[in-house]
Ligand binder design. Sequence first.
Ligand SMILES: [Zn+2]
Length: 177
Amino acid sequence: MPGSGMSPCAACKLLRRRCAKDCVFAPYFPPDEPQKFANVHKVFGASNVNKMLQDLPVEARGDAVSSMVYEADARVRDPVYGCVGAISSLQQQVAHLQTQLAVANAEIVCIRMHQSQSVPNQQQHQHQQQHMEDGNPLITSNSPPLTPSSPNLNQHMKSSVGGYESLEISEHLWSQN
Ligand SMILES: [Zn+2]
């Protein structure tokens, strides 16, 4: 049991004092993790940590110790920025990823617009090639199913043979994007 056995808690060991039965550090700083208290002591000071823990209800002290240990470790690793360095770096990552997400969403919108415009055009192109090969625009055995539904498209195709070259140009433009 920490604080009640032969070996003092990590805090009392470092502070070279007797570890009392009601030692406020003992539940959170076991003797087998000396570095945990060493950093907290270096950054916050043992008496400040003692006071902070005494001011808290017992059920909140574990979380308080965890956050102090995290902050102290970060401050030891990065004496200038401490855990603010980690927070700032993560905020930059979040901003960068939000930008990437916005770009990706914009690309999705563009691709969907291109698809909704170019899929019927390609279909029409196939129909017209078929028309030129066998002279029958309605026999398209190797064509995939039409989307949107084919009647309107066929209707449109019959009246747009003259637009063939401009369709080819627009497909060329899409494929360059
Ligand atoms: Zn102790």
